[in-house]
Write a protein that binds this ligand. Structure first.
Ligand code: MV4
Length: 513
């Protein structure tokens, strides 16, 4: 491969918002690179706008009319003179059409080539490609031409060959949408139709394929990094098995289920996946890890992920700085041996969402009081400040709390301490939910799988003591949202450790399957 010419990046437009936009802006500032924020009408006062060197409006609150409009992002690049774009995660981050447009306009994308996005975006194509590269995949079939099943009889024949239970998955899917578990022949037809319908309405593509359903797996993903010179490395794994309805809640590295030997085998597989699509930049290869220690490729995410900080903590690296370096044509900063030698300790991440702790629905509002944790080895990647409004328009993730420790027990103790320091008034959050998970016997032992939250109802049920805090917090929020007078120290502590009221959590009205 001919070595591409290095092209220094001077000004980066961040085509995103919230905590990830801030995360990127921080590294850019450290690198001496100018940052350009874009914002919708409701994000005029968002923290990413305040922290960037420049900011440009891109239209209405609805993402489909602002953050997702390629022409508006390109126009903002031209207006600001940005020579590169960081897409963050979500929005346009895995959009191959956007990647191609940027290339045509001579703007550097801090991300992978369009072709790699396109290949990995199709789960059936990705499956074919990684099988050819020698990766283990779950037993499955993708139809007569490998492009999905059109009719029930041929899909059912495949399911019978594979053996029940099976999963019907959407080729355009990922993240669990359009996925149906089928336990027996009798319900196959209905599930097949439902999966096709859901795939069509969600992705505009009704292609589905069938896989053997793995029961009680862990979700373990490998961070990979590639440059334009053919170097590909891995930075170990993250265990993301703690999920609720396909929304990740807690992530950690290393995985309690992964030995050094397994890490190197999974790492080698992940590198092969990156190589088979000529990957460049930060990527994540998702695997299912079975109770007996076998692993299977699931999909590859062609972006920097939400949970990248746990990897940064255990390897002592800045992955956004690495992304900028490889986008400039520089090599991956460290060799595989150097990376392996840096692995130290354990890190956890708790995703703090603005959500109703009983119904798990978004809890928009204005944050009136905020006290954030600090102290040794605590990192708070957040977009929250006192006075900010959390809107209904976007993902309700307001902060990621990350802790590091010499070992898992220390990282866990730090996380409990840090969560206990957190005070948020004005919106509801899942902080108490996190404390329950971190005290859960199976989680503490490191013995958990993707079913941990569904299996144990006590995890999703607020305790009596938490109810008292909620009561106080809601009352204060309601008052604050009406009156905006000066705050006393005393009221800012409400929502604290109290717990003597007789408040009881009502039973959830909406519960997981
Ligand atoms: C699976 C599976 C079991 N067997 N595939 C869910 C999201 C999508 N990325 C793939 N998913 C799964 N695929 C086979 N063949 C179980 C899941 C799954 C899951 C995976 C990771 C994390 C949480 C999960 C929760 C339920 C199901």
């Amino acid at each position: 491969m001919a070595a591409p010419i290095e092209r220094p990046i001077r000004r980066v437009l961040i085509a995103n918002r919230g905590e990830i936009a801030i995360r990127v802006i921080r590294t850019l500032r450290e690198l001496g690179i100018e940052s350009v924020a874009v914002f919708s009408d409701v994000d005029r006062k968002a923290a990413h706008v305040l922290l960037a060197d420049m900011a440009l409006p891109i239209g209405p609150a609805i993402a489909a009319e602002s953050y997702l409009v390629i022409d508006k992002i390109i126009a903002a690049c031209k207006e600001s003179g940005a020579d590169a774009v960081h897409p963050g995660y979500g929005f346009l981050s895995e959009n191959d059409v956007f990647a191609e447009r940027l290339e045509a306009e001579g703007i550097t994308l801090i991300g992978p080539p369009a072709a790699a996005m396109r290949l990995m975006g199709s789960k059936t194509e990705a499956r074919k490609a990684v099988i050819a590269a020698g990766l283990p995949v779950v037993p499955g079939e993708s139809g007569p031409n490998g492009n999905g099943f059109d009719d029930v009889p041929s899909a059912l024949e495949a399911a019978n060959r594979i053996g029940f239970p099976v999963l019907i998955k959407a080729a355009a899917g990922g993240g669990g949408k359009g996925m149906r578990l089928v336990n027996e022949v009798e319900t196959f037809e209905a599930s097949f139709s439902a999966a096709k319908r859901e795939a069509l309405s969600s992705f505009g593509d009704d292609t589905v394929y069938v896989e053997k359903a793995i029961i009680g797996p862990r979700h373990v993903e490998i961070q990979v990094f590639a440059d334009k010179h053919g170097n590909v490395v891995h930075l170990g794994e993250r265990d993301c098995s703690v999920q609720r309805r396909h929304q990740k809640v807690v992530e950690e590295s290393p995985s309690p289920a992964v030995s050094e030997e397994l890490r190197q085998r999974m790492g080698a597989s992940a590198i092969q996946a990156a190589r088979c699509c000529n990957y460049v930049g930060a990527g994540t290869v998702e695997f299912l890890l079975t109770t007996s220690g076998e692993y299977y490729f699931l999909e590859m995410n062609t972006r920097l992920q939400v949970e990248h900080p746990v990897t940064e903590m255990v390897y002592g690296v800045d992955l956004v700085a690495w992304q900028v370096a490889v986008a400039e044509g520089k090599p991956v900063p460290l060799t595989q041996n150097e990376i392996n030698a840096r692995h130290r300790g354990a890190a956890l991440e708790c995703r703090i969402y603005a959500e109703d702790p009983i119904r798990f629905l978004p809890s928009p509002g204005t944050i009136t009081t905020l006290r954030t944790p600090a102290g040794p080895y605590v990192r708070d990647d957040s977009c929250a400040y006192e006075g900010v409004e959390i809107s209904v328009y976007y993902d309700p993730l307001v902060s990621k709390l990350i802790t590091w420790g010499d070992n898992r027990a220390q990282a866990l103790a730090r996380m409990r301490r840090a969560l206990a320091e957190y005070r948020v008034v004005g919106i509801e959050t899942n902080i108490a939910f996190h404390q329950r998970i971190l005290s859960h016997e199976g989680f503490v032992a490191g013995e958990y799988d993707t079913g941990i939250i569904e299996r144990d109802e006590s995890l999703t049920t607020p305790t009596v003591a938490e109810g008292a805090e909620l009561d106080a917090g809601i009352a204060i929020s309601a008052l604050r949202n009406q009156l905006s007078g000066p705050r006393s120290l005393e009221t800012s502590e409400i929502g604290g450790q109290g717990g003597t009221s007789s408040w009881r959590a009502p039973m959830p009205t909406w519960r997981g399957r």
